[in-house]
Design a protein around this ligand. Sequence first.
Ligand SMILES: NC(=O)c1ccc[n+]([C@@H]2O[C@H](COP(=O)([O-])OP(=O)(O)OC[C@H]3O[C@@H](n4cnc5c(N)ncnc54)[C@H](OP(=O)(O)O)[C@@H]3O)[C@@H](O)[C@H]2O)c1
Length: 255
Amino acid sequence: MKLFDLSGKVAIVTGGNGGIGLGMAEGLAEAGANIVIAARNQEKSAQAVRLLKKHGTKVLALSCDVAEPESVKAMVESVIAHFGAIHILVNNAGINIRKPAEDLSFEEWRKVLSTNLDSAFICSQACYPHMKSAGGGKILNNGSMLSIFGSSWGAPYSASKGGMVQLTKSLAAAWAKDNIQVNCFLPGFIETPLTETARAQIPDVDEKVVNNTMAKRWGQPEDMKGIAIFLASSASDFITATAIPVDGGFSALLY
Ligand SMILES: NC(=O)c1ccc[n+]([C@@H]2O[C@H](COP(=O)([O-])OP(=O)(O)OC[C@H]3O[C@@H](n4cnc5c(N)ncnc54)[C@H](OP(=O)(O)O)[C@@H]3O)[C@@H](O)[C@H]2O)c1
């Protein structure tokens, strides 16, 4: 058995058309998995499909709003109609609305929570019966440094990402009987469209990130390939319910 081989596996990556999701989808495709990109912007998805197809596996882009149960149900049905199975789910899609807590509307709070956290529950529950009937599965939940730390501009984001860690533990406990491993990964600061806006909105963010990251640099989407392959493959079969930083040392550095 090749520990990191994903040949023949079917992996859904939510928000897989850019940023971290695309980096992880590339890693999974390089390891042999067929990829489903589930996201809203179909132009971006079409570009991602072209990139991913270079790895020689099958790639399918499906339009999906992960915060909407009916949209997720339709996406999962299409995956089954196309590939006949689901083995890997990466709950990656996410947004941020950066504002001081006192200025946030309830609608903004709900939008971040539903996109980042409700989505992981909805997608995991929709995939569960198919993983069970496949004899097992791997669910990878995208957390954040804000799963650990707080921030004055990120109340709903940090609540959603802290919730991701706890959701991970509970789904892992619930579905261990079905040979489904559920893990969370906590990216540090990765250069993507999401953090491009952070650079514009938060003073000194670049300096703070570089100074507080042991690796002394921002992460790139390619830095997320390894954790994707590891947590999606049989190399991690005895690993479940964890939250693993992929942060160049950010979460362990005091000064
Ligand atoms: N970049 C970082 O430093 C960092 C650090 C920690 C955690 N993260 C997490 O990593 C994940 C990806 O973020 P990113 O940095 O790669 O930013 P990004 O490039 O903006 O990616 C966000 C992705 O989520 C998708 N998405 C957003 N809302 C969606 C919805 N309702 N339904 C379906 N897809 C949706 C977007 O695709 P469409 O717009 O096409 O739908 C996009 O592909 C997020 O969960 C984020 O919180 C990022």
